[in-house]
Each structure stands twice: as structure tokens, then as C-alpha cells.
Design a protein around this ligand. Sequence first.
Ligand SMILES: Cc1ncc(COP(=O)(O)O)c(C=O)c1O
Length: 324
Amino acid sequence: MVRAARAFSWDDLARYPEPGYRELKEEICAFWSREARLDVDMVKVGNGSGIVLFRLAMLFLEPGVATLGYMPQFPDWVAMVGVVGGEYDGVALDPAEGFRFDCQAFLARLALRPYPLVYIDNPNNPTGQLIPLDEVEQIARECERRDSVLIVDEAFGDYVDETCSGVNLVERYPNVVVTRTFSKGMGLAGVRVGYGLMSHYLGEFYDRIDVPLYPVSGLAVALATASLHDRRFLQNNRVKMAEAKRHLLDRLVAKGYTVARTNDSCSIFTLGDRDREVDLHAELLRQGILTTAGRNFDNLGHNYVRVNTPQHPGDFLARLEGQE
Ligand SMILES: Cc1ncc(COP(=O)(O)O)c(C=O)c1O
């Protein structure tokens, strides 16, 4: 990464960036070559995957049009749906089942009314739960049958193996869009680069609203492109994350907290206090631990928080035990 920054031609900052992002798109296609045969026209780059999602909301939703998701999930998506006037319906996951994603319940809800756009985040934000690819495919198939577009938001996808990714479906399901970001597992949130992968068919519609007003900066593109060369970084990250997370979760469960279903190597998880009256966010903050309050998410009470697994959980645990 540092090498890519050093090699960057700083004179280029005087010019607008190349709007086609050809080199980055080619790297993205190469990165996914084991999962799908992609070409550059199937890759849509934006200032973070958030802007790609927003464009999709603008494209497919309007007042009176509903989208289906599940709860809890990425609240900014729910907000984007509201901004464009769409209606958000969410299948509530059951706390008694550790917020397990219930594919059959989701498929049943799809049948209840037309949903031109369906959204799942996978792994899920805030639980870090991973929906298995065969279930994502069942949803993709049902969406195709119903003429719906399925967004698989894989912002946290770099924490799990590429074989689990919805990218494996993009070639076979022209109605599937997978969004990815450099912000999470790649560690480049401040750089602001993300992308969507979609069929040529959907891409043509997307291009109509992808006005090149806010291109991604040349430096950001150079750093994102370089990060795709370092698969070892991603793999090491997953191993280290799984180790730290296992250690932390074991201790938290031993202390009586509940933990929603979560993937071993995904950086986030949802922690709960069995006492519904407890404001867990405030309580942890008093102990010097910053989390995201459950009340920011539909279907999570204030006795829940989202935790970002720290690299060294010792400090977290020491604060929890009042040793700092
Ligand atoms: C599920 C999910 N999707 C998308 C995003 C947007 O990420 P970015 O715009 O940084 O790519 C986030 C960021 O928190 C997220 O959690």
C-alpha cells in the first residue's frame, strides 16, 4: 500500500481522474476470476459501496414501491429507502433464536406483495451472521421468478472466503447485484472506494443514473487497485480476526451475555444483556468501551449493542472487568 502511494504520480492530482477506472475494474475482474467470468462493463465503481447502494435505491424505488429486507440490518440502507420515498418491509429475526436468518420465512414474505428490489446484507450488519450461499441462491431464484432485483450487500465480505460470495451467482442470475467495499476487511474506509457487480442488462440501467459528477479520486483508485494484489493480507486478517473473536466471545458468554449468530471471522457481532431494562451501550461506555447502540437498528432493543472486534481483546476484557 505504501509502495502504491509512493509510486503514485502526484502531478496527476492537477487533473480530473479517469472516469472509466479501467485498471481498477480489470483488477476487480481478475480478483474474482475463480468465482465468475466478469468484464469491466459489469463493474460499477463509486465513492464507497454506499453510493452504489444509493444509486440502486434511486433506480428501483419510488413512493409506493416497497423493498424487502430483514431486521436487524444495515440502517443506512433503510434510511436510503426512506430518502427516495420507498417503503421498507423487514422480516424480523427472532431474538430467541439468536437472530438466526430464516430463509423459508424470507421466501414466504417475498410472496406476499411485489418487491421490485430485495436487499440482504451478507455478512449481516450488525450480527456478522453469514447466510450460506445456497440460501442466497434460493432467494436469487425466487426473485428472478418474481422479476425482482436482489442486492447482496457484501460490505463485510472480505472477512469470509470468496467461495461464500454472491459473486458466484452474478453470471447465472442477471437480476443479482453484489456490492463490495474496500472499507472493511481491506482497511481503506477513509479512501472511499466501493463497487457493484451486475449483469450487462442491469448495468445499462445503472449507467443511466451514474452521472460522473463525483468521481473517485485517482489516489483512491491507485490504493484500492494495489490492495487487490494482497490476498495474503485478507487471509491473515481472517485468521487473526477469528482468533481474537473466539477469545472475546468465550469470555463474554462466560460472563452471561448473549451473542447473536455470527460468523467466526467477521469483525462485528451483536452482544446482548438478558435484562431488557439494561442500556448496554451506556453501561459499556461507562467502562470505557465504545460500541454501537442496538437502538440504531430495527428489531434490536437497548439491551443490545454491535461490537467491532478489537485486534487485541485483552484491553476490552480488562475494561469490562474494571481493571483499567
Ligand atoms: C452493510 C454495509 N453496507 C455498506 C456500507 C457502506 O460502506 P462504504 O460506503 O464505506 O463502502 C456499510 C458501512 O458501514 C455497511 O455496513
